[in-house]
Each structure stands twice: as structure tokens, then as C-alpha cells.
Design a protein around this ligand. Structure first.
Ligand SMILES: Nc1ccn([C@@H]2O[C@H](COP(=O)(O)OP(=O)(O)OP(=O)(O)O)[C@@H](O)[C@H]2O)c(=O)n1
Ligand SMILES: C[C@](O)(CO)[C@H](O)COP(=O)(O)O
Length: 219
């Protein structure tokens, strides 16, 4: 089966608060997005890599590719208003009959084993969604205050979220809903049972400034 990887890097990074979107910020002299692409390229050398970028930042990416002599073959496409729209644009470059991992460009520390397991599981079952258990206590919040909850009833959801391409192409053939915060929610909305696989705790989503300090430590 042909393997595809869609790396979504079409966001603005508003919570990071930097003028340059976080996916292009450098860690030890190299943009975050290059680390993420390298991880997939080295783990799955035959996969087709599709990188979704903010339309206005495509020239910036092209200049970074030149400046860093970045030689990994990939196709770029423009993102959309939300992550759902960016994934939809990436899926336009994917054929039926394959398997596709959808991964956040700002999660450079995904483990090789997680990537491999996600493809093996998705090929067998239709989908594989990386997740980890909570380490902190949790409380639900309501107008009357807060209440302790059973953390074993919850998981933190990561990417990659990997699917047979027929399943996810059909699932994304729907109107955007605000609760589509990831690809699993789109597949579930289309009636599919979501299969969780073990993620890795280093696989943080670089979102706010302190995450950059953690990322430095993981290099
Ligand atoms: N319209 C969008 C929004 C997000 N993403 C990508 O989805 C991933 C996870 O999103 P998030 O961390 O929320 O990134 P941003 O939307 O850029 O951040 P913020 O919400 O702080 O603006 C990121 O790699 C981001 O670039 C995307 O491709 N297109
Ligand atoms: C896809 C995701 O990374 C899974 O945890 C997450 O849902 C993205 O959320 P965000 O609202 O774009 O930060």
C-alpha cells in the first residue's frame, strides 16, 4: 500500500505570540518543521510527504529550504482557515487504496516506533490514533465550582493520526464542524470506531513559549 504523510503546518501560531509562525522558528539553528519532516522521511523512506503551509508563508519556506540545503523531497500545498481545512487541502493530493498519517508540523519529537505502529495498525484496522495517559489529576469545571474526575477515563490525544485513505477521504467529505479539533473526530463523526495506540510523552505540540524550552531539552 502506498504510504502518505500529511504534515500540517498551515497555522498562525497565535498562542506562541511570535511574528514568525512557530513551525518556522529555529531550534539549534534548524526550523521546527524540518525536524518533523526528517523524522518521517527517515522512518518511512518510501512515503510521499505532503507539507501544508500558510499560503503567505510559502516563499519563506522556500527560502528556508535553500538556506538549509534541505534535500528531502516533498510536495507543498496551501493551508486553510482551520486545521480541518488544511488537512482537507492535503488530502486532495492523496489517492485511494493507501494509508496516510496526518501529523502536526509542530510535533517534531514523535517516536519512530509510534510512526511504524500507527501505519501497521491503520493498515489492519482502518485507523490508529496516538494517545498517552494523563499524569496529573483532573477536575471538571461548572458554575457551582470544580469536581475531581477519574483520570483513567481520559487520554491525551496526539498525532500521528493514521488512516486507510479511503476511510479518511470519505470522512472529510463533510461540512466543517467546530468540534473537529483533530482527524479522529472527523472519522468518528463519519461513524468509525477510533483505535487508540500508545503515543510518546516527548511528542509535545509546541504551542506556547515555554514549550520551546522543553523542545530544546529533547534535542
Ligand atoms: N489553519 C490551520 C491551523 C493549524 N494548522 C496546523 O495544525 C497543527 C496544530 O495546530 P496548533 O498547534 O493549534 O497551531 P496553530 O493553529 O498555528 O496555533 P494557534 O492555535 O496558537 O494559533 C500545527 O502544526 C498547525 O500549523 C494548520 O495546518 N492549519
Ligand atoms: C490534533 C491535535 O494536536 C491532537 O491533540 C490537537 O487537537 C490540535 O489542537 P489545536 O486546537 O489545533 O491546538
Amino acid at each position: 500500500m502506498q504510504k502518505y504523510v500529511i504534515i500540517v503546518a498551515g497555522g498562525k501560531g497565535s498562542r506562541m505570540g511570535t511574528a514568525t509562525p512557530k513551525q518556522f522558528l529555529e531550534l539549534a539553528g534548524k526550523p521546527v518543521l524540518m525536524y518533523t519532516i526528517e523524522k518521517f522521511a527517515h522512518t518511512l523512506p518510501t512515503a510521499k510527504l505532503i507539507i501544508v503551509l500558510p499560503e503567505a508563508e510559502i516563499p519563506l519556506w522556500e527560502s528556508l529550504v535553500k538556506a538549509h540545503d534541505f534535500a528531502i523531497a516533498h510536495t507543498t500545498t496551501a493551508g486553510g482557515e482551520t486545521r480541518f481545512h488544511s488537512v482537507s487541502n492535503g488530502l486532495k493530493l492523496v489517492e485511494r487504496g493507501g494509508v496516510v498519517a496526518i501529523h502536526d508540523g509542530v510535533r517534531p519529537f514523535v517516536a519512530n516506533e509510534v510512526i511504524i505502529n500507527s501505519f501497521e495498525t491503520a493498515e489492519k484496522t482502518g485507523n490508529a490514533i496516538a494517545a498517552v495517559s494523563l499524569k496529573d489529576s483532573i477536575r471538571s469545571i461548572s458554575s457551582s465550582g470544580s469536581k475531581a474526575e477519574d483520570r483513567s477515563a481520559f487520554k491525551l490525544i496526539q498525532t500521528p493520526q493514521t488512516f486507510r485513505t479511503d476511510l479518511i477521504l470519505d470522512a472529510f467529505n463533510t461540512a466543517y464542524q467546530p468540534f473537529f479539533t483533530d482527524d479522529a473526530s472527523v472519522a468518528e463523526h463519519a461513524g468509525h470506531k477510533v483505535n487508540l495506540i500508545e503515543g510518546n510523552y516527548e511528542n509535545i505540540k509546541i504551542t506556547t513559549p515555554e514549550d520551546l524550552k522543553v523542545a530544546q531539552a529533547f534535542l
